[in-house]
Design a protein around this ligand. Structure first.
Ligand SMILES: [Zn+2]
Length: 77
């Protein structure tokens, strides 16, 4: 029997039985990042990174990941 190993979409760490595409750490961090963006829509990635203490590369990846998902929704309409 083969187990399905899922990897976090942001940090590539393997996860056990997670229903999400992100690991616990990244879920928490991306929540912080998106909350911050909601309050500050025109903030730069660098400012987000400083305010949330999430690394610049990770914030960038989160935003790309979020856009990808939004586009999929838009494309369906
Ligand atoms: Zn992760």
């Amino acid at each position: 029997m083969r187990e399905i190993v899922r990897n976090c979409r942001l940090c590539q760490e393997s996860m056990d039985n997670s229903p999400f595409m992100l690991c616990q750490t990244c879920l928490k961090e991306s929540e912080q990042v998106w909350n911050f963006i909601k309050k500050n829509p025109f903030v730069s990635i660098k400012d987000i990174s400083v305010a949330t203490e999430v690394s610049f590369e990770k914030v960038e990846r989160m935003i790309n990941f979020g856009k990808e998902r939004q586009q999929r929704v838009v494309n369906r309409e």
